[in-house]
Ligand binder design. Sequence first.
Ligand code: PAF
Length: 294
Amino acid sequence: MDRDTPETIGALPVARTVAALRRRIDAWRRAGESVVLVPTMGALHAGHLALVAHGRALASRCVASIFVNPSQFAPQEDFSRYPRDEAGDAAKLAGARCDLLYAPDAAQMYPGGFSTTVTVGAVAEGLCGRFRPGHFAGVATVVAKLLLQSGADIACFGEKDYQQLQVIRRVARDLDIPVRIEGVPTVREPDGLALSSRNLYLSPPEREAAPALQRVLAATALDIGRGAEIAQALAAGRAALARAGFARLDYLEACDAETLAPLARADRPGRLLAAAWLGRTRLIDNLPLPPRAA
Ligand code: PAF
């Protein structure tokens, strides 16, 4: 079959090429419809489906993309073992009333001769940017491509990857990409663990320890909200994470919610962000910081 020919998996139409994606979207546009894009790397869980539900409430057509983007993984990271289940994901998207799956392959996204990278300044440099060099350039490049390929009116991203969300907002603003970027609240397990495709890697004892990340963030946010000195509250939070079994902590930081610079002013919205390891699995999470006394 010609790769530009419409294809379906179960009930869900699939586009494998930019041409096929644009053909569908152009037809919707001619009918006066609006389009929301939900970019993903597959291994879909309830957090992704919440993005689709959020998107569906904002636009008449919803496109989800699945592309495990090699350029955002460092050589020692989990690109090859990243969970992949296209048929299962397509069934979930169809059930969530998504209208189209865009599932390009690497040759479609990075054809021979590809040599452009979107690098983002300060907002991408601290936090995860310090521990995963090149990661946000990979994210920014692929997301800029997905936004331009689809021409979506709105694109939805989870607040779970809060730094990624702020990086993408910066990219859309700086490159004048005419899209509204929507942040969608984190979906959690009943015990507080943020949903993530990487939770599948946790052993049973690691899974039991994992919700402590959210608990420590909540306790630290409460301390800061009650007026504790930020540096002291963070030190207490770091110690609590170590006691809870996170043998390696990349960071626990209080940041300006937009720029992600260290939080200096009480009158600015803040965000508390952490990345910590259980065995070979790196977990990230974040919470808003309540207003503080000036
Ligand atoms: O959050 C993700 O799943 C990915 O980083 C994204 C935004 C789809 C880009 O590859």
